[in-house]
Design a protein around this ligand. Structure first.
Ligand code: OXT
Ligand code: ADP
Ligand code: MG
Length: 580
């Protein structure tokens, strides 16, 4: 560290003669130099003035009601833009609130930087009880990809450069940057400060796969009788949309999109196997994973969901350690998805491996059967609404507005929306991700509206919404084009549970019956609508999407309509004693 350059007061010249800068300005200059346009956070000691100055400098600084939501906004900004989303928090409690989102970003492979003010090192390290005392760096370290602390103003440029590079290079993830309160006011000569800043060059360099890995993958594909491509959110993140489409169409191989990869190719594409999921997992003999991990969402690549027949896996991923994590990978292709897919296409040349016609016909037949089975349920106009009736109208609205961003969380509200609403464009569906976490809703809606300037439709379970509901004030304050539809079935999974102890407390999964969430947004000047039928719901959503006004629609769903944990009820442990 260039300690000599950093002084509380410059030694060489009186203050009047030398242009000075300080920590506040250097952080802002370093962020701007690296193209940061937006900061998501909550103000307070020691970062309030920093937020003001950043706003004055032209950075968009969005203040939230809770840091976790600001963090989720930053994390989804990272997914949508391939640039690290920035979240700014105060020390200890604010930092901890933001940390959940940082861990979430890391788990989901989204680039994000949590910048947190912190208390005085000398006092914190001696545990002498400082204001908001906490050893934040130590706590953040195991929960993110990298964690750094900057103690001297002259190191701010390097600190921010390291954070950016760590977040976006290789497998993207969350980075923590600790900025103690004292740093902000540290003064140094302006010229030396300018020179200390670093513009990160080629932060996420292409990682070209080995030619023999590419050849091996093609050989495996050539021997396949029933090949399948699984597209994950890494493929959506990579923004290699045209190359992926070319690979899929050149080979004619059916593709299965994971939730946030829906729309990479349209769900209505003839090769889409989304509506034949069980069949393709069970019956395929060769599976090429592109930016998808064989984690719980894919039953770890083995067991009942994958059927009896032996499978060969090809995996395209930037993270070499991902290979063989759950099952043997016959053909690992390590590199960035854009480079890997291009290399595969080039190596295939004019003789690509082709999916056999009997296999593609079998997949199509299954898909058509499932789609036909679902169709009549989507046309019901039941009152109270069930999920299918409500989603039937929302499905048409998304079809008519394919560039809108769909945010989705809940259990039934999540699983049924995922299955029913077709997506048509890449990176338009954002949801609970790898952890199945509730609470991303309003943060994601705000982040998506800000980063894309597109209208946002958030379909939320009533429980899911509650985790971030206060941010509707933020949505109204910034006048964002967000329409929130709450599937209100009076509770978690269902609103019909009873207290098995017979007491006066309600059951653990039920909420106030007949709650009117639409009234909440009216308190902040937004539009609230209570929709009791699919027709009313359709009118209200269309009006919201046309006007762009912040809107919250309380969609009244039959409290008995859902099932326990939606599609993943099998993950609940069961007590054997219960049946006695
Ligand atoms: O092939 P088959 O026959 O199997 O059929 C499949 C497809 O082929 C077919 N399909 C179609 N058919 C026709 N047409 C079309 N277009 C079509 N598309 C598909 O449909 C079936 C199903 O397809 P799918 O969905 O692709 O397949 P499947 O088998 O479901 O896939 C498996 C999975 C694992 C990939 C999938 O299920 C998945 O992605 N699941 C994610 C599940 C998830 O993450 N859930 C959220 C967590 S649940 C729980 O934890 C909750 N909590 C606890 C909690 C959490 N999470 N977080 C925090 C911070 N605190 C607590 C809480 C509190 S949920 C929750 C709140 C819930 O209450 P709400 O009020 O919010 O919500 P409601 O339930 O609505 O009340
Ligand atoms: P899903 O939940 O959709 O199945 P996952 O989050 O499990 O997706 O997997 C995403 C994978 O994509 C991760 O293993 C990550 O390393 C990988 N990945 C992310 N970005 C890239 C990229 N640009 N190139 C290659 N792989 C990537
Ligand atoms: Mg519910």
């Amino acid at each position: 560290m260039a300690d000599a350059a950093v002084k509380e007061k410059p030694a060489s010249a009186p203050e009047t003669e030398q242009e000075l800068t300080d920590g506040f300005h250097l952080i802002i200059d370093a962020l701007k130099l690296n193209g940061v346009k937006t900061i998501y956070g909550v103000p307070g000691i020691p970062i309030t003035d920093f937020g003001r100055m950043a706003q004055a400098s032209g950075i968009r600084v969005l203040s939230f009601r809770h840091e976790q939501n600001a963090g989720y906004a930053a994390s989804i900004a990272g997914f949508l833009t391939k640039q690290p989303g920035i979240c700014l928090t105060v020390s200890a409690p604010g930092f901890l609130n933001g940390l959940t989102a940082l861990a979430h970003a890391t788990t989901n492979c989204f680039p994000m930087i949590l910048i947190s003010g912190s208390s005085e090192r000398e006092i914190v390290d001696l545990q002498q009880g400082d204001y908001e005392e906490m050893d934040q760096l130590a706590i953040a370290k195991p929960l993110c990809k990298a964690a750094y602390r900057v103690l001297h103003a002259a190191d701010i440029g390097i600190g921010i450069a390291r954070a950016i590079r760590a977040a976006v290079s290789g497998r993207p993830g969350g980075v923590y940057l600790d900025l103690p309160a004292k740093l902000f006011g540290q003064v140094m000569p302006a010229e030396a400060g300018r020179k200390s800043l670093v513009k990160v060059i080629d932060a996420a360099p292409a990682q070209i796969p080995a030619p023999e890995a590419v050849k091996r993958a093609i050989d495996v594909l050539k021997s396949a009788k029933r090949p399948l491509i699984i597209l994950g959110k890494g493929a959506a993140y990579a923004q290699a949309d045209d190359a992926i489409r070319t690979l899929v169409e050149k080979t004619g191989i059916p593709f299965l999109p994971m939730s946030m990869a829906k729309g990479l190719l349209p769900d209505t594409h003839p090769q889409c196997a989304g509506a034949a999921r069980s069949t393709v997992l069970k019956d395929s003999d060769t599976v090429m994973l592109i930016g998808a991990r064989l984690n719980w969402l894919l039953s770890h690549g083995k067991g009942k969901a994958w059927g009896e027949a032996p499978k060969k896996f090809i995996q395209v991923d930037i993270e070499p350690k991902e290979m063989d994590s759950n099952v043997e990978i016959a053909a690992p292709v390590v590199g960035d998805i854009g480079s890997c897919v291009k290399a595969l296409i080039d190596a295939m040349g004019s003789a690509p491996p082709k999916a056999p016609a009997d296999w593609t016909a079998a997949v199509s037949a299954k898909r058509e059967e499932n789609v036909a089975k679902m169709a009549p349920r989507l046309m019901n106009n039941n009152v109270p609404m069930d999920y299918h009736g409500a989603l039937g109208v929302l499905r048409s609205i998304v079809k008519e507005r394919p560039d809108a961003i769909l945010v989705n969380e809940g259990a039934n509200a999540l699983d049924l929306t995922r299955g029913i609403i077709d997506m048509y464009q890449p990176r338009k569906r954002i949801d609970v991700g790898t952890w199945g976490v509730m609470g991303v809703g309003m943060g994601y809606a705000i982040g998506a509206a800000i980063e894309t300037a597109k209208p946002v439709l958030a379909i939320e379970g009533d429980s899911a919404f509650g985790f971030s509901g206060m941010e509707i004030e933020t949505i109204c304050r910034y006048r964002l084009p967000v329409c929130v539809v709450i599937f209100n079935n009076d509770g978690i999974y269902r609103g019909t549970d009873v207290n098995q102890g017979g007491g006066t407390d309600p059951a653990t999964t039920v909420f106030v019956k007949g709650a009117r969430y639409d009234k909440m947004i009216e308190a902040f000047g937004g539009v609230g609508v209570n929709a009791t039928s699919p027709d009313e719901l359709k009118r209200a959503v269309n009006a919201a999407m046309d006007s762009g006004k912040p809107t919250l629609i309380n969609a009244v769903i039959d409290p008995g309509a859902g099932s326990e944990s939606g599609r993943i009820g099998n993950l609940n442990p069961q007590s054997k004693l219960k049946k006695k």
